[in-house]
Ligand binder design. Structure first.
Ligand code: GDP
Length: 424
């Protein structure tokens, strides 16, 4: 397989990083094509346990080139901090195995400020932002009011551009939010400090990718968030501010002519959601606490307890369809082992009508889950590596999900470690 995208099917935190780390063994290049440091991909392998936010999850494999594409929100400061952390854990990051697109726009400190200020203004109507500046960043990108990473190589022009942008940005900071304005010295000091550290990694990665493609290299595209957080197709307005779906990969990666031979959609064996917005299958109380504890469902970036509930077939089928998934990786199957009867949300009820269609965002808040139950398997499956060795009821669960969502489940993950999976 020459090209593959690994994407989330649900609300995020499905285990995409874990699957990228695993599947990178068959690829030469890994490209992140959207989003910023608001992600939290946890990867466990022989080098340790890592929480990645901006770095692609292919950085642990020797010989794999990792790219932050033009669609990514590059926060030089947070990226450098993350690189230092990962390097301190023994992972080599050099301009040979990590490259930043010169066409990636820079997330600037005021984007983070504005994110926090706006969430504070919204109070109980807040969107549940991680306050990493993502929404203000993408708004400015589309207004052409931020700068490209490659502009670091044109310091005089960069300074002029930043001066103009800062004057405009200060109007919002001071007049809308009553916050402190930026000075040119302050923003230039930030640019100089982190720009000088990251400049060696910045290059024309579009040209690099086109060459890699011409040489027949295998390229993997890594999504940052799940389908239901996609700006256009997700649960608006509780989405992220960029397109997380696979079809954006060619645009956001820099390889505009990429054809995706394979799209691996990652689905968790139950549902979780961080932040605000409708979450039809949500459990509360002791039932939720038990599942949250079993799956250790706390945000990698924020530490926030994740909202939890049973697998949502309606939302998952929608995610599979908009992602164009060719294969599914079903993760965290081992977590369900404690349940005698496993509920799944087989349908929704909207205004008294049973439906299998994922509702328009405005109707999502009134959708109710319709549960069906399957028998549990009552034994630890985390050590199993072959399909034939899985208890019959676990096999039946996988087959039931596969049929309901209409996509082949190729990988069943039974633990966070790299080798804890079953290939079907
Ligand atoms: P991502 O953002 O989609 O990469 O997902 P996260 O890293 O936020 O969340 C997935 C979490 O589940 C991580 O802590 C992984 O180490 C863990 N994980 C992934 N697959 C499995 C699995 O099959 N079993 C268990 N127990 N943990 C898993």
């Amino acid at each position: 397989m020459s090209n593959c995208a690994i994407v989330g099917i649900n609300w995020g935190d499905e285990g995409k990083g874990r699957m990228v780390d695993l599947l990178t063994q068959d690829y030469d290049v890994v490209v992140r094509y959207q989003g910023g440091g608001n992600a939290g991909h946890t990867v466990e392998n022989e080098m340790g346990k890592f929480a990645l936010h901006l770095l692609p999850s292919g950085i642990f494999r020797d010989g794999v080139v990792n790219i932050l594409g033009n669609g990514v929100a590059v926060d030089l400061e947070n990226l450098w901090t993350e690189m230092e952390t990962v390097m301190a854990q023994g992972v080599a990051l050099t301009p040979d195995n990590l490259k930043i697109s010169d066409r990636a726009s820079l997330l600037l400190p005021w984007h983070r400020d504005l994110d926090g200020l706006e969430e504070a203004r919204l109070k109980d109507k807040k969107y549940g932002s991680t306050k990493q500046g993502i929404a203000p960043f993408y708004s400015d990108k589309y207004q052409k009011k931020t700068v490209l990473a490659g502009e670091l190589f044109y310091p005089e022009q960069l300074k002029e551009r930043l001066k103009d942008i800062m004057e405009w940005k200060n109007l919002t900071l001071t007049q809308v939010y009553g916050a402190e304005p930026y000075t040119l010295e302050k923003i230039m000091a930030w640019i100089d400090e982190f720009g000088s550290k990251l400049k060696p990694y910045i290059q024309d990665t579009g040209a690099f990718l086109r060459k890699a493609q011409a040489e027949g290299k295998h390229i993997l595209f890594e999504a940052q968030l799940g389908a239901l957080r996609d700006l256009d197709y997700g649960i608006v307005p509780y989405t992220t501010s960029s397109n997380a779906i696979a079809s954006y990969a060619p645009v956001g990666s820099g390889l505009t002519t990429a054809k995706l031979d394979k799209v691996v959609g990652v689905v968790k064996a139950y549902s979780t959601c961080v932040g605000e917005g409708p979450f039809t299958c949500e459990w509360f109380g002791p039932e939720a606490d038990k599942l949250r504890e079993a799956g250790f469902e706390y945000g990698a970036k924020t530490g926030r307890p994740r909202r939890v509930g049973p697998l949502d077939i309606v939302a998952t089928r929608y995610g599979v369809q908009i992602q164009g998934a060719t294969d599914i990786a079903l993760t965290k199957m081992d977590i369900l082992s404690y349940m005698d009867k496993i509920p799944v949300c087989a349908h929704y009820k909207v205004n008294g009508e049973i439906t299998d269609d994922f509702p328009f965002p405005s109707a999502l808040g009134i959708a109710e889950p319709v549960y069906e139950y399957v028998d549990g398997w009552g034994t630890d499956i985390s050590g199993i590596r072959n399909w034939e060795d899985l208890p019959e009821n676990a096999q039946k669960y996988v087959e039931m999900v596969e049929k309901a969502i209409g996509c082949h489940i190729t990988y069943v993950s039974v633990g966070p470690e790299r080798d804890a999976y079953i290939k079907r």
